[in-house]
Ligand binder design. Structure first.
Ligand code: ACM
Ligand code: ZN
Length: 496
């Protein structure tokens, strides 16, 4: 660390007021940085903060002179991000930083990380650890995927059976295995998993922690598919009406979904969302909507009766009706629904935010949604799904998808506007990287998969998409930055 400080200072002196000294390693790289001769004895409590309404939202200008540090920003978030830049310059308590000016603002206002706690539950301390890292990298939306076929992770006080049955499963896929029958890899352990869930107090603690770091928390309560854990607690809301009272262990797309023809099931979900809205004050609630097989609906008298009564064309139209019902329900409560891009096929209201995940992958609903004027979030399967292995030689997760990689370079090349027309671009709010957890058991796995790829992702969202990207320069900066992460006890994966 001392060595790094020394290197920075020497480099800054060398720079003499011009280009970026090669040893300064800011991640994400700011839009403008000019380094001058001299150093500043940096004392955090003496930072001068001023408002500058001419700066963009969340943007900042940092002036470092021998007399001290001045932070200018249009808002509090900008001042917070300026401090994050200073934290990197003053890494490891180095109290002498190079003089210069740094200016930056984000290209996208929605810069998210999605964490799946349904398959594996990480718990409050791990969530806080990742929130801290998100803030360090100027990411500002935590998409909390709280319900899945394999686990229901939120205590809904009105319906205690949700966690009684939904938050515990009899066993799990064994560590290092996929649990996928098509791979011939169904190895399971025999240990009960759970009960693991968040109480209302836990949620309030996480929300407060996130707020202090300018992070908005968006809960995801999935339906009508991916709800086998809910149906373990309330099998009466499935089409069959009776199911084993345990969540799924295997990782498959489950055919038992919410019975869309059952008014009690619809009312139940409304009451779940009521409680979720009371708990989470943010503007947006993610309602899922992806991967909902229609097998049960085709056979269910209640679902078929609903289709007939509403004059719907088929089961896809029934899902569109469900989506519209809940987006309207949430809108009446002053909330905005977000749905994975499958919901776009059902022609939801224009206010519905579409979360594209197939964007550059054949199914182009995300692209079409932005084109049609929906606010859109991009999570491209090929460049932001960090559950995929990284192709580094020692990646312990290579077994997950031999031959399908998401390298650091691919993460760095992510462009939320890829494939979009000029008409679509203004509707893109930003992007999320996705951390699915079927095969992510603990904090070490989670860190390894997120970092350093989430550093590349953060840079892609702060940098103007029109600006050239230089992966060689990013790699150079990351080599320093990885040391910072490791010093902060982050199990950051090797760069190559
Ligand atoms: C998804 O990956 N099923 C959204
Ligand atoms: Zn049904």
């Amino acid at each position: 660390m001392r060595i790094l400080c020394g290197t920075i200072l020497a480099a800054a002196a060398m720079a003499a007021g011009a280009a970026t000294p090669s040893a300064i390693a800011l991640v994400p790289a700011p839009r403008e940085q000019v380094w001058r001769e001299g150093t500043c004895a940096f004392v955090e409590k003496d930072i001068r903060c001023v408002r500058d309404a001419a700066l963009p939202p969340e943007g900042y200008r940092l002036d470092i002179t021998p007399d001290g540090v001045t932070v200018a920003s249009a808002d509090d978030a900008g001042a917070f991000y300026a401090r994050k830049t200073l934290k990197q310059l003053a890494w490891e308590g180095c109290n002498s930083i190079p003089c210069g000016t740094v200016m930056d603002w984000p290209a996208f206002k929605w810069r998210g990380v999605m964490l799946d706690e349904g398959r594996h539950f990480f718990g409050k301390e791990v969530v806080k650890h990742e929130l801290e890292l998100m803030a360090d990298h100027k990411l500002n939306v935590f998409h909390w995927h709280l319900t899945e076929c394999q686990g229901w992770r939120l205590d809904i006080q009105r319906f205690p059976e949700l966690v009684k049955y939904g938050a515990v499963r009899p066993c799990s896929v064994a560590y290092g295995h996929t649990g996928l029958a098509e791979r011939g890899d169904c190895v399971f352990n025999t240990e009960p998993y759970g009960p693991f869930f968040y109480t209302a107090d836990d949620v309030r603690e996480i929300l407060a922690f996130a707020k202090e770091r300018y992070i908005t928390v968006v809960p995801e309560i999935e339906m009508p598919g991916h709800i086998r854990a809910l149906l373990a607690a309330h099998p009466e809301f499935s089409c069959k009406g009776d199911l084993p009272r345990v969540p799924n262990v295997i990782h498959s797309i489950e055919e038992d979904v919410l019975c869309a023809g059952n008014n009690d099931a619809i009312r139940f979900m409304e009451q779940v969302y009521d409680e979720v809205c009371n708990l989470f004050p943010g503007a947006c609630i993610h309602i899922g909507g992806d991967e909902c097989p229609k097998t049960r609906w085709k056979e269910c008298p209640k679902c078929q009766a609903r289709i007939k009564a509403l004059g719907l064309k088929d089961e896809d139209a029934l899902q569109a009706w469900v989506t519209r019902h809940f987006t309207d329900y949430l809108a009446k409560k002053g909330r905005r629904a977000i749905g994975w891009d499958e919901v776009f096929a059902g022609n939801p209201g224009k206010e519905t935010i579409i979360h594209g995940w197939h964007i550059q992958h054949g199914n182009k609903f995300g692209l079409l949604a932005a084109e049609a004027g929906h606010p859109t979030i991009v999570s491209d399967l090929k460049s932001t799904y960090f559950s995929l292995p990284q192709k580094t030689p020692d990646d312990p997760f290579t077994y997950l998808s031999p031959g399908t990689w998401l390298t650091l370079e691919t993460a760095y090349s992510f462009d939320p506007f890829a494939g979009m027309s000029e008409k679509a671009k203004p509707h893109v709010l930003g992007a999320e990287c996705c951390m699915w957890s079927e095969c992510t058991w603990n904090i070490y796995d989670l860190d390894f998969k997120l970092w350093p790829r989430a550093c590349a992702f953060a840079e892609a969202l702060w940098t103007s998409p029109a600006a050239p990207r230089d992966f060689t320069d990013f790699s150079r900066r990351m080599a320093v930055h990885r040391k910072r992460l490791i010093a902060a006890h982050v199990n950051c994966a090797p760069l190559k």
